[in-house]
Structures are given as structure tokens and as C-alpha cells.
Write a protein that binds this ligand. Sequence first.
Ligand code: NAD
Ligand code: UGA
Length: 342
Amino acid sequence: MSGDVEVLGRSRNVVVTGAAGFIGRHLVEALRGDGVDVVGIDRRDNWNDREIERTEDRGYLRAVHGDLVHMDLAALLRGAGAVFHLAALPGVRPSWTRFPEYLHCNVLATQRLLEACVRAGVGRVVLASSSSVYGGTTGVGESGVGAMGEEQVPCPLSPYGVTKLAAERLALAFAARDDAALAVRALRFFTVYGPGQRPDMFISRLIRATLTGAPIQIYGDGTQLRDFVHVSDVVRALCLAGRAGGGSDVLNIGTGSPVTVNEVLALTGELTGLAPDARYGPARIGDVGVTAADTTRARDRLGFSSAVDLRTGLTAQIEWTRGALAPAGAQAALDTASASGS
Ligand code: NAD
Ligand code: UGA
């Protein structure tokens, strides 16, 4: 990974849930690349039980297939220096119609994992939370005034956001127990993009549509603002948060520089040399108008700030997608595409 981050201090043995997902795969790669041993848990069909031995320069991987709500977690958590909890059902828009599944994956699974962490004496859980817990802001000025700060009262506008807030608060409640040796860092990721991005997400759909000449649906007039943060920055933030030391915390992970959907359309056109075929339609219920991270706390407490600008990140994702669309990349693309709803 970034090479300049001493991942996790001295903890060389971690558990990652949601390890077969978009962010999970990047995190597992980064951890193993830094010699950390990983137990990765996921319920995806393509995440088979298997082990990959440690080599001189790469950590061990034990890939465990199962649902966090039903599986026996005790043995998997024994001796873990940190747990990265990324498993969840992540899309905003489908959460109106699939709420029981969101409750299962985002709330029940989190509760079961935390209970097992307390029993196993795990010292640190880093939890993937979301900007969707905020519910929106009115707009951001040049100086970042109006950005979402962690002290803002959360007011989610989608069932997904409600379940992410519930998971975050559950984790903090477990950490506050007198009998728990647990510290929790909840990282509120803003909209994450990069190679392997979930196929239901905007940038992923836009690049594919543009490269294949298909139309791209725009929900609303495209003036909605998103704080798009590159997955390599998110992985670096996760690794910094997994280090020993410090108490429990909630931290925004974004760039602080939101752009509109229309700006991403234009930049994609410029970088590909192809004109996206944008079809404008109604905005989706629960989609917030603006997300914008106040990044002060992450900088002060984690030493984190984003490094990848949108032009660089988008260029890399376009190249990755070209590879995935080529015949040899088709199987990999299918693997990535499985299991995410829209
Ligand atoms: P993803 O869907 O690609 O990965 C999530 C993984 O969790 C999937 O592989 C899924 O199979 C697994 N999972 C879900 N429920 C499970 C269960 N009960 N037991 C075992 N495995 C289970 O999503 P992602 O985009 O990589 O998101 C990862 C995390 O980051 C999620 O918690 C999401 O809410 C959060 N997040 C993502 C973004 C983003 O823009 N991608 C932004 C904010 C927060
Ligand atoms: C993303 C993730 O999907 C959530 O898991 C995450 O919690 C959330 O970011 C977050 O920031 O916390 P979202 O911002 O909706 O949610 O991400 P995209 O799917 O990439 O959508 C970005 C914007 O593009 C939205 O306004 C959406 O309405 C729009 N969009 C999306 C389209 O116009 N067309 C599409 O086909 C898809």
C-alpha cells in the first residue's frame, strides 16, 4: 500500500469482515502487503474457505465464508489485535424496499460481532460507518463552511443511514461497558470510488456506460454534490485507525472538496474522449443533496488527509474498467459484480 504507514503499530494479526467487498478487498491486500496476517470473513459465494500461506513479504490469509449473524466467531477472533468491521449492505436507495436484510446485515450482524469481540477480549474495532448518518447539509462555501462535522446531530434520511447510525451507536455502547477492554473507531466514509467499485454506484456505472456507449441515468438534475474519496485514501485511514492507542472516536473520512454529479460526467467525458449519454430523470427518495466532510478531526486525531484528487482517481478507475471490460478481465469483473444490489 502506501508504504509510509506503519500499519497497526505492533499488531500483526487482524480480522476483516466484509473482506470480499469493494473496500474489504483493497484493505486485505494492503494489510497482507505490509506483512499483517488476516482472517477475512464474508458471506459472498465467491469467498470460499481457503488459506494462503504467509510468504517473506506477504501476510497470511484465511478466507472464511459465512454470515456473521449465524457463524461461530469465538475461534476466529481469538488473539486478534484489531477487528475491521466492513460487512454491511451498503446501498442507500434499495434500503426502502429491503429493510429486513439491512437490519440483518447492518445491525444484527454488528451486535453479534461486538458481543463476540468483548468475550474474546479484542482491544480495537474499526467500524465502517457512513456519511449517510448525517442526512445532509445545506451547502458548502469555499472555506468549507457548512461541511458536515462529527458534532452535528445525525439525522439520516434513508433506512440505510438509520441502520449505519444504529451500528455506530451500538459499537460505542459496547465500548463504554465497564467489562469491555474495547475501543471503537467509527469511520464515516463519504462516497468511496476507485478500481473495483461496487457496480451499483454512480462512477462505476458512468465509466462502464461511457466506454460501452450505453446511456447513464442521472437521478435528478445532476447538481447534487458528493464528497468522492478514493479507496486508497480510505484504506490508509483504516490502517491508521487500527493502530493501538487512543480511545473511542467517530471520524469523517472524505476529501472536504465535494463536486457535482455533472462535474464528474464532464470529467469522465474529457478523460475518455467519449461523450457520456446522460439521461436525466427523477431524483431518488432518500438521496441527499449535498455530502461534504469536515476533515479537521481526522487530521488532528489520526494524522489523516486525503491524497488522491478526483482527476487522478478517475483516470485510474477508467483504466481498471477498460481492463475489466476486455475479454480476459470479464471473469474478474463478474466476480466483483456479484452480491451488490442497487
Ligand atoms: P460491499 O457490498 O462491496 O462489501 C460489503 C461486504 O460485506 C460484502 O462482500 C458482503 O457480502 C459482506 N456482508 C454483508 N453482510 C454480511 C454478513 N451478514 N455476514 C458476512 N458478510 C456480510 O460494500 P463496500 O462498498 O465495500 O462497503 C464496505 C463498508 O463501508 C460497508 O459497511 C458500507 O456501509 C461502508 N461504506 C461504504 C461507502 C462506499 O462509498 N462504498 C461509503 C460509506 C460507508
Ligand atoms: C455511497 C455508498 O453507496 C453508500 O454505501 C455510502 O454509505 C454513501 O456513499 C456515503 O457517502 O456514506 P451514494 O452517495 O448514493 O452512496 O453513492 P453513489 O451510488 O455513487 O451515488 C452518487 C450520486 O449519483 C447520488 O446522488 C445518486 O443519486 C447519483 N446516481 C447514482 C445517479 O445519478 N445515477 C446512478 O446510476 C447512480
